[in-house]
Design a binder for this molecule. Structure first.
Ligand SMILES: NC(=O)c1ccc[n+]([C@@H]2O[C@H](COP(=O)([O-])OP(=O)(O)OC[C@H]3O[C@@H](n4cnc5c(N)ncnc54)[C@H](O)[C@@H]3O)[C@@H](O)[C@H]2O)c1
Length: 325
């Protein structure tokens, strides 16, 4: 059984602890806060606790390290873990710039270890359904994708809405379209903490001509978690706020009847919601990581996908900084 050490027991880490305790041997809990270690050490008595990452790095029986600390620490902690020969699952984003993300990918490859960024939404059964529809050509040619990730939510001061929220939608958009954008810009503003944008709008254009948009905010009174894919034949909406109808397919699209000599009309058909499994996305993500660590699946692909997301984030961030105040 794969042994796992978890670093970071703040808001998100405990969810990872629960899953790895059930799916693997949770061998270490590490956090800078002794209080957090007391609390979670009591809940997982078989795991050892420490404030020092070196205890995990020096444990020859430890196979993998899961990094769930603030984003600015991800690169350094993941790099040390890979160099110590551990497989790494690192929360998103794996690094705060493309050069560091590339370095992590190279380090993982050189060490023959897994580097998997925690792109949770890729494991959401609804996203898997949308991907299935896109790949099967059910929607016709995909024309555009847009996402809404708004809430009056956790207000972060160490990363902006682009890096904290946009990383989710970006991972899904790149996954669905299977290409990287050739043109992109972001506009936003920091209303609460100087230099940390709370509201960001992003535009992406892909070599195939497809376009995408993301609206990201933690200052919105109305919570939205929605992704829309518009195809030439059909449109699909993934709404994570819906309890049952997570995915809705609209058989609607533009249509050019021969007798109208080039004039476009709209075609409307059924609107329906396929059944979506209720599996916990994080559990599927943890399971995938353990499979990769066990030698199954394409580890290089997940590392490269994570790098692509950071590459785009970096370019969007550059356009955000460059925008006039
Ligand atoms: N996948 C998701 O849906 C999702 C959701 C929330 C957060 N996250 C990600 O999880 C990560 C953590 O976010 P959070 O909200 O839990 O943060 P947090 O601030 O609540 O917790 C971070 C924890 O890390 C500890 N820590 C910080 N530096 C450390 C170090 N060098 N060594 C050991 N411990 C250290 C802190 O003491 C704290 O307990 C972030 O990257 C965030 O983006 C992902």
């Amino acid at each position: 059984m794969t042994s796992v050490g978890l670093v970071g027991l703040g808001y998100w880490g405990p969810n990872l602890a629960r899953n790895f305790d059930e799916l693997s041997e949770l061998r270490w809990l590490c956090d800078a806060s002794p209080d957090a270690l007391d609390r979670f050490g009591a809940r997982y008595p078989r795991a050892r606790t420490t404030t020092d990452l070196d205890d995990l790095l020096g444990d020859s029986e430890l196979d993998a390290i899961v990094v769930a600390t603030p984003a600015v620490t991800h690169y350094e902690l993941s790099k040390r873990a890979l160099e110590a020969g551990k497989h790494v699952l690192v929360e998103k984003p794996p690094a705060m710039n493309a050069a560091e993300a590339e370095d992590l990918v190279a380090t993982a490859e050189a060490a023959g270890r897994v580097l998997m960024p925690g792109h949770l939404l890729l494991y959401h059964p609804a996203v898997r359904k949308v991907k299935e529809l896109v790949d099967a050509g059910e929607l016709g040619d995909v024309l555009c994708v847009y996402s809404n990730r708004q809430n009056l939510g956790k207000i972060r001061t160490d990363e902006n809405a682009l890096w904290s929220l946009g990383v989710h939608d970006l991972s899904v958009i790149l996954h669905l379209l299977d290409e990287e954008p050739s043109e992109m810009w972001a506009h936003g503003n920091s209303f609460l903490t100087p230099g940390v944008e709370d509201v960001v709008f992003c535009y992406l254009r892909f070599p195939s001509g497809k376009i995408a948009h993301m609206h990201l905010s933690w200052l919105d009174p109305h919570k939205m978690r929605k992704l829309t894919v518009v195809g030439k034949e059909k449109m699909v909406v993934f709404d994570d706020m819906e309890l049952e109808r997570k995915v809705t397919i609209y058989e609607k699209g533009p249509w050019q009847p021969t007798e109208t000599y080039g004039e476009w009309q709209t075609r409307t058909g059924d609107i329906y919601s396929p059944k979506i499994a209720s599996d916990e996305p994080l559990r599927l993500e943890c399971h995938h990581f353990l499979s990769l660590a066990g030698g199954d699946g394409d580890a290089q692909r997940v590392a490269q996908d994570g790098l692509a997301v950071v590459r785009v984030l970096e370019q969007l961030q550059a356009s955000l900084v460059a925008a006039p105040a």
